[in-house]
Ligand binder design. Sequence first.
Ligand SMILES: [Zn+2]
Length: 459
Amino acid sequence: MRMLLPLLLLVVSLPSAAQLRIGRASVVITPPVGMPTGGSYRKVISEGVLDDLHAKTIVLEQNGKRVALVSCDLVAISEPFIVDARRLIEQQTGLKAEDVMISATHTHSGPMMPGRGVRDEMFGGEMPVVTQYRKWLPERIAESVKLALANLTPVRVSAAIEHEHAVAFNRRFHMKNGTVAWNPGRLNPDIVRPAGPIDPDVAVVYFESPDGKPLATYVNHALHVAVVGGRRFSADYPGVIARLLANVRGQDMLTVFTIGAAGNINHVNPSKPAIASGIAEANRIGTILTGSVLKAYDGLTPVPEAVLQARRTVVNLPPYPVTPDDVAKGHDAARRFDAKPPASFKELVSGFRAIDMDRMQGRPVEAEVQVIALGNQLAWVGLPGEVFVELGMAVKHASPFPFTIVAELSGPWIGYVPDRKAYPEGNYEVESARMAEGGGEMLVEAAAAMLAEMHRNAR
Ligand SMILES: [Zn+2]
């Protein structure tokens, strides 16, 4: 009889096959200094590192089903990187493309991303350092997934959504002259009102061990990660959130940030006179959002252990129609890229779009929609490109999952994804978009259909 008790304890402490497990990893993906940066419409050569860039992975495993959520401190991830990373991940771990959601945080202080059309040739895409990074980055992403799978441990999951109205601003405005302006400037007297909403959700998914040890926090908020600026690499405000949360919950907890649908949302407050950017502003925004996460910890709802599902679909979006005249103007702008005076920002935006659409010869824009769901409570939706906030909110509204997270810039980059209303209003995001009017709504429909079906299957 005396032997029975320890034996019983041993049996009880072994994880059952159905037990949900988590694996975590973080690998550095900071490029060498001298690599061009990816946050502007100019060729900008990096001059240093403010803080390291990472590929961070959370793997979940249950009943043999494994999924991975990967977030990279990059401005975007273009198709060649995604294709190579997926191939390596499948070779090394068996996880298929639909099982791995690869997202970019959209830090504008990251490296330039080749594979984004004619701009490659303008922004330094031919430099050897870019070619080397092009090969290295997919290996690092795969390494991050492999490392996460190597340390699986039992986990309890909970989620909460806080609201923060202080840091995000819609950057499109109805003006007194009837037009819609893009970032029209602080204290501009001609502003009538914002042309759209913000999404105040700060979505938090918390992962802890069965005995309460913090393992990971997944944070999502819809706000352009374009605060730090300059010529030094930085994770921008998501890096601040990760450092501050580690101060509270321990250095062993991994914080993973993804950006919500923030195609038309940035940090520029039109009612404040000062130009606020740089490190101090990133610290301020990161601190406020960390406060929201800390508040969310007090209102967490347990997510019951349940079936894990992963789906991916490709939607063919109609291409934006360009005329031969648009294409000619585009080549002219490209020729004047480095001239004195150089082509204007506006000329480059619509010019590059025209050249890229001309090269696509009328082929559709292939857009991936991906959903990873845990039971019938929690779902992550990956949308490609920079998605207007209205579309992200529509996905959440349509979703039967009480906790629905929309991560834009997941999967291969497709540029801006404006909503239908924005097309006749025009301006930057619309003049840059590769898909015709209505393409954004097609992505919402596809996501809503997948969410509905997966929710039915989760019961
Ligand atoms: Zn952007």
